[in-house]
Design a protein around this ligand. Structure first.
Ligand SMILES: [Fe+2]
Ligand SMILES: [Fe+2]
Length: 400
């Protein structure tokens, strides 16, 4: 049956909307973390379903003479091909995976897998026998109203604006990932910051793989550098992170000259009596500072500011276990900065290292790559310390 352009345009939007309902419901139910607004666009449409429906309509019309199983087989092939091509396109153009089936059985390069193809084929069957006839009847009736083309025009204007905005946001995200990939070297921080804002929370929750590519990239970069250059510094950092910083250990003379004035301060020394994770606040801060300092030396970053900022990153001077319910997690970087600036002369990078070390649990975002480094090392060291406590608490004979 030939369709008028207006009718096709209306059906495309309607099917994209239907796809959004299906996907958002599936993700909201399966992830159990509140409502997920699925898809790349902000509006309630997922255009791949619109395109898919158009393709299925063509195949449906062309295969009318075939027996039922053969028709369904052709539809399944079409769904798989469409999903594969769109997945490949995003990986090639935006260097981004919007979905990833690599941990599912019978997948092809993570872009398609058997279980989802079968699910699409089932949906396509429901579509040709029930959804399509129903929607075409409704569209035929609605398009009889004179105001319908105007409403459709307005819907398309909103859809195109949304698409332009969302693709720009995705382009910013992939350039952020590409920058990290091109080693964590002098990137333009203002641009990095705006990219991080561009990676809208909604995009990240709809496509958790974006976040995974960022962390994978950082991990690969560090591993590569460990083998290529500054290996010695990285090994020292790894040892500091693995074994902690024994108070008796003779510290690197360059490190000592960078932080000597801080270590001699009596308030800093008082951190030795404040409990933190599995030891004292002083040992935690020293470990983060020393490990970050070694990595900074290996990467050619400002190691002195890293050592100083990291040593003071938790300079909040109270036992946080007695301060539960006071917003310690988000407030302590500000308190540490206030204490630190009252006693030491700090440069802008050192201040930023202290203030941003809790990102993303607390704002602000990093203004220096050195701040990103300290914040990452702090997270690794803290996780290690907490894991050690849990292991000690575990009853004898129970394996972790
Ligand atoms: Fe902290
Ligand atoms: Fe910390």
């Amino acid at each position: 049956m030939p369709y008028r352009i207006v009718s096709l345009a209306a059906l495309f939007l309607a099917y994209s909307f239907l796809g959004w309902i299906i996907e958002s419901s599936y993700k909201t139910i399966s992830r159990r973390r509140g409502f997920v607004n699925s898809g790349l666009l902000s509006g309630p449409v997922v255009p791949i379903y619109g395109f898919g429906a158009m393709g299925i309509m063509l195949v449906d019309d062309a295969t009318r003479g075939l027996v039922f199983p053969l028709r369904i087989f052709v539809l399944a092939l079409l769904c798989a091909a469409l999903e594969y091509i769109v997945g490949w396109l995003f990986e090639t153009v935006f260097k981004t995976r919007l979905w990833d089936y690599t941990d599912r059985r019978f997948n092809i390069r993570g872009r398609v897998c058997l279980s989802f193809t079968l699910a699409w084929a089932a949906l396509a069957t429901v579509f040709i026998y029930f959804v399509r006839p129903f929607f075409e009847r409704i569209a035929g009736e609605l398009l009889g109203f004179a105001w319908m083309p105007w409403l459709l025009g307005a819907a398309y204007a909103a859809f195109l604006a949304d698409a332009a905005f969302s693709f720009r946001s995705l382009a910013l995200t992939s350039s952020f990932i590409a920058k990290l990939r091109a080693r964590l070297e002098p990137f333009d921080l203002d641009e990095l910051r705006s990219s991080a804002h561009g990676m809208k929370r909604r995009l990240l929750s709809a496509f958790p793989n974006l976040l995974k590519s960022v962390s994978d990239t950082i991990g690969q970069d560090l591993a590569r550098r460990l083998h290529e250059e500054g290996g010695d510094w990285f090994l020292k950092a790894l040892r500091a992170m693995r074994e902690g910083t024994p108070e008796s250990e003779a510290l690197d003379p360059d490190y000592l000259s960078a932080v000597g004035d801080i270590l001699l301060d009596e308030k800093v020394q008082s951190m030795g009596a404040i409990r933190h994770h599995d030891g004292s606040l002083l040992v935690h801060s020293l470990t983060v500072s020393l490990a970050s300092y070694y990595i900074a030396r290996g990467l050619g970053y400002d190691a002195v500011s890293v050592a100083r900022g990291a040593l003071l990153h938790d300079f909040f001077l109270y036992d946080w276990r007695t301060a539960r319910g006071t917003g310690h997690r988000t407030r302590h970087p500000g308190i540490a900065l206030e204490n630190a600036t009252a006693r030491f002369k700090l440069n802008a990078m050192e201040k930023d290292i202290i203030l941003s070390h809790m990102w993303p649990a607390a704002k602000p975002f990093y203004s220096y790559k050195e701040s990103f480094l300290v914040s990452t090392v702090d997270k690794i060291v803290s996780t290690k310390e907490v894991a050690k406590i849990l292991k000690e608490l575990m009853p004898q004979g129970v394996k972790a």
